[in-house]
Design a protein around this ligand. Sequence first.
Ligand SMILES: *Cc1c(COP(=O)(O)O)cnc(C)c1O
Length: 352
Amino acid sequence: MASASAPIDFRSDTVTQPCDDMKKAMISAPLGDDVMGEDPTVLKLESMLASQFGKEAALFFPTGTQSNLCGVMAHCHGRGSEVLLGANSHLCLYEHGNLSTLGGIHSRQIPERSDATLDPVTVEKMIRVDDPHFPRTDVVCIENTHNVLGGVPLPKSYIDSLSKVCVSNNLKLHIDGARIMNACVAMDVSAEDLCENVDSVSICLSKGLGSPVGSVLVGSEDLIYLARRQRKACGGGMRQAGVIAGAGIFAIENNVERLADDHARAKAMASVMKSAGFVIDKEPQTNLLFFGVPDGSKLMQEDVIARADDAGILFGGGYSGGTRCRIAIHKHITDACVKKAGEVLTDVATGF
Ligand SMILES: *Cc1c(COP(=O)(O)O)cnc(C)c1O
């Protein structure tokens, strides 16, 4: 099967290109040296997000990896600190173990429950007592939406239950909110309300929001002061960064509500694939759809990926110990793309 038209790219919600209006916003953004605190566009983006999340301050980063790292380091006492996080979290799996290699921070991994949450009782049990044998527990990190467990949006009630544990044990609560706007849209809750009782959130502008680059950390003035120092140490102090922050402002102003369309298309895709025989463990609630081939099928995950690829439908595999593929819906995926992909995958499924 050869495809004449351009491939349809479901590999990630990071593959989007800035639209013409976003490029115009970048070109016309007023600029200054942000390391000197003089870029008005960066300052505007930071104050917009701080206020949307109900926090005192914010800091612009080149990537979510750096924003998570600097945020967590800023919360910790230093080398020999420990964070509690999910065993399937991005921080644990996909950030090069940087908490340990760069931060001197030990990460203690807790298996998530099937609904992508950490059990607050387990979290509390994992907190170290003051003893020279142990690292010092400083932070709990959660991910919202949770990527590899199904793009699951986690509700405020859950976040608040962890926050209680953190407050009573003198720990900080950090959210890797790479897709927090997807969570807000899916659950119809404001960012301020959802994140009321957390100490920091890292937000990606370059995922579903469609910016070419950028993440923002929000938190208290004190936290952001420390995170700014860590950002400089990591080489993340950028000069006329308003040229990319301008894209971020455009994304926040124009691309949040439309995430609901991505979520609807993920559901539509899931229902076609289910009829075709793919195993969909969880109905998608946001823009990510995870699936497997039926047990005992002749086709392996690699065959499905390769056959779809030949027909111009791109997506990746390797999730959940190599048994699951992922389709990511984003702003370039139209209803027509979903229809085409559904036809191709229904075709591929005849090989089951
Ligand atoms: C993409 C992502 C990040 C950060 O990624 P960068 O590529 O460094 O911007 C962090 N957490 C999650 C869940 C992500 O999906």
